[in-house]
Design a protein around this ligand. Sequence first.
Ligand SMILES: [Zn+2]
Length: 199
Amino acid sequence: MSSASRPGFPALTIGCVTLADALAARWLLRADEEHVFVLGRPIEWVCALRSRFGLPCPTCGLSRSVVMSLHGEFARAWQMAPVGPVAVIGLVAFAIAMLALAWLQWASQSVPQGVDAARWEAGARVWIRKGAAIYAVGALVVWLGGWAVSFQAAMPLGGPVAGQVKPASFNRRLPPEGRALEAARDKAGRGPGNGPPAR
Ligand SMILES: [Zn+2]
């Protein structure tokens, strides 16, 4: 019997590859509130929506949140984008479910009293399918809900685009050196409220 046709082999492969990918990503990537780092080098992403209008797009903060979650920093990741920890926990749960399924498939074929294992395997398939459907809906709600919250938080209260269109009184309140700093920042395209143009 070739290894590919051994019972449980495909599920075992999927489970192991998923876990290996997660561990590789954890080793390669780090993140703080501003950037994702690949082997210590920051990635400079520019989000068009955020850099132009100061508003987050649905994927803003997503990669930073996922990378933080891979390092177990779930609370920090939740602050960044709630869907990040949900995605990473879902991925690990999926890998564990695949390994469990692989074991049941192997046991139902290979153990003399394999009848029970076969029944468990059929049940496991149903639960994995149901769990995946419930998870997908929940993750979508968390993703769009988290985006709505950060979008709301970034929305200017007084005008269409705060940070871009400043009230005339804004500069008068700053001392001269503050004004120069402000002008330099505007030139660099990083006004306050504009946020880092990272993804
Ligand atoms: Zn974005």
